[in-house]
Design a protein. Structure first.
Length: 572
């Protein structure tokens, strides 16, 4: 007589398919009599079968097709909403899609008749059942219901944000929630609104809209790392680009040349200044939107990650009456935030503080802030020449980019002014080499420079999902930590959760490399010593290299070895 799995018990199917032996089945059945657990769970816990074996057996027994993890992740959010999250999690059931009369559901146990009856009542549709692995279902349920929550929050956010088009002096405010647009443009308008609202909600710093050969990717930078939030159809690219160009007053007919623009988004909590950059690529125009918060952040040096000794040294130099303080690092390393916090700390009614920036990232009460406007000729150098007649005591120059700006900054510092600025360089010693390379005479640079500080940002472990772990020997070796060091340190990492976007990290902290310019260091600059000689002297005088500063954050339990390897290079 032939074996018909649809009339057989689950254990017999597993034996017939040579997945387990008869003895293994008998042992599991004995355990089931005692524990009253499901047979499949017992066999999996004992390591006798895996989830895919169980899915195969259920599929043979019930005639329902198995479903892969990839297919589960494509669940339609509107369909999944029909089943309450608590029920879906408890029964491990996910609604995937629906027609007028039927709803497709994925289940771990397709013989759970009571759950199927509940689904009928909830949806008023007949269930079309598929079988899926337990862990795959759990992941898909978590991801899908998280999307449902986010979409609800985004809809709420959409009703509270508006955009000021283009330049502020010639702008009209645009309410994203109520703007009247043509039926043809409406889908692209809503798509751009959702991207902006989601990015603001996640407190991201950049939005990347990137065309590929066959797909379109939207990624946002959260805590310094890009994360994909959606992949709209490639056919929507032109509509999205046109909408962004209209909002930032760019030429919608130009597709061959790069374009730069800006707009302002107003929300209930804060204003967000958006810098727009459009660049032609081989697959279409790529857009990067830089989100710059206007206010809404408390800027104090004490919450920027400075260890006590470094904070004391930094405070000493920002309270000097004259000289130059330079902060270096790549884009997005928190240089401007540190400078703003320094200005907040030294601000008083008795001094005149003026800034020249491109762009003004935070508006600070009581400080005169000038926005560079290259199109009308308001450049760094032109602004600086005029500021000298404004009787400043403290000057912040957003960035030293060229020889003219560098020389003006040095002259300000040498004539009794305190000057803050930033330079793009890899570390503190190479910042001095970069300033000399810009054409500043060594005797002027050495005489004016007080302090150089290199800075990076590293992600911090999510405090609500923190757990101890033991790093591998390879991790310790790459971080330059000896086994003796490791034995004295408790290492932590973050558990991936929906709250931290499955990364284990939440928030960032800064690491610093401080080079103080004393008499000996000034002589090195006068003598035009190379970056290696400057580095060695600075280290002798107490400079902590960036990698060592990052390892300090690992030892204090704030971040991970993985993160410091991503953010810093080895100290050679």
């Amino acid at each position: 007589m032939s074996f018909n799995p649809q009339f057989a018990k689950l254990g017999d199917i597993l034996v017939h398919e040579n997945i387990i032996s008869q003895d293994t089945l008998m042992q599991a059945l004995d355990t089931q009599k005692i524990t009253k657990k499901k047979l499949g769970d017992i066999l999996i816990n004992n390591g006798d079968i895996n989830e895919h074996d169980l899915v195969k057996a259920f599929s043979l027994q019930t005639g329902h097709k198995p479903l892969s993890e990839d297919e589960l992740f494509k669940a339609d959010v509107d369909t999944a909403k029909l089943i309450p999250e608590d029920f879906a999690v408890e029964k491990n059931i996910l609604a995937l899609r629906m027609t007028d009369s039927m709803v497709t559901v994925a289940m771990e146990d397709p013989e759970d008749i009571s759950s199927l009856d509940t689904i009928k009542k909830l949806t008023n549709k007949s269930p079309d059942i598929y079988v899926a692995a337990k862990s795959a279902l759990e992941k898909a349920i978590s991801l899908t219901y998280n999307k449902i929550k986010q979409s609800g929050e985004v809809e709420t956010a959409l009703s509270q944000i508006s955009i000021v088009r283009g330049d502020e002096e010639d702008s009209d405010e645009l309410d994203l929630a109520t703007e009247e647009v043509s039926a043809e443009d409406a889908p692209y308008v809503k798509l751009v609104n959702v991207i902006l609202a989601e990015s603001i909600k996640e407190d991201s710093t950049d939005i990347h809209i990137e065309p590929g050969r066959t797909n379109l990717s939207v990624r946002i930078r959260i805590d310094g790392v890009l994360t994909q939030i959606m992949s709209p159809p490639m056919s929507s690219l032109n509509g999205i680009i046109t909408r962004i160009k209209i909002l930032s007053k760019l030429n919608i007919a130009e597709h061959r040349l790069p374009q730069d623009g800006r707009m302002k988004i107003k929300t209930v909590e804060r204003d967000v200044d958006v810098r727009v950059s459009i660049l032609p690529t081989v697959h279409g125009e790529k857009v990067v939107l830089r989100l710059l918060g206007s206010g809404g952040k408390e800027l104090t040096l004490s919450n920027l990650g400075f260890p006590d000794d470094k904070l004391k040294r930094f405070r000493k130099w920002i309270n000097q009456p004259y000289g130059m303080i330079i902060i270096s690092g790549p884009t997005g390393s928190g240089k401007s935030t540190t400078l703003y916090a320094a200005l907040q700390e030294i601000y008083s009614e008795s001094i005149n503080i003026t800034t020249v920036e491109d762009p003004v990232e935070y508006q600070i009460p009581g400080i005169n802030q000038i926005q560079i406007h290259d199109k009308i000729g308001l450049t760094f150098s032109r602004s600086l020449r005029s500021i000298l007649r404004q009787d400043p005591d403290v000057l912040l120059i957003g960035e030293i980019r060229d020889e003219e700006t560098a020389n003006i900054a040095v002259k300000f510092a040498l004539t009794g002014h305190l000057v803050f600025s930033t330079v793009h360089a890899n570390d503190a010693p190479s910042t001095i080499a970069r300033l000399l390379d810009l054409g500043i005479p060594p005797f002027l640079l050495g005489s004016s420079l007080n302090l150089v500080m290199a800075q990076r940002l590293v992600r911090t472990i999510d405090k609500n999902a923190k757990e101890e772990y033991t790093p591998s020997d390879i991790e310790l070796e790459r971080a330059g930590l000896s086994k003796e060091d490791a034995q004295k340190t408790t290492f932590y990492k973050g558990k991936p959760t929906n709250e931290n976007r499955q990364s284990g990290y939440k928030g960032r902290t800064a690491i610093h490399e401080i080079l103080e310019v004393n008499k000996e260091m000034r002589q090195y600059i006068f003598d035009e010593k190379n970056a290696n000689d400057i580095y060695n002297l600075a280290k002798e005088q107490g400079m902590t290299p960036l990698r060592d500063a990052a390892i300090g954050k690992v030892k204090s339990g704030e971040t991970t070895i993985e993160e410091i390897l991503r953010a810093t290079v080895e100290d050679n």
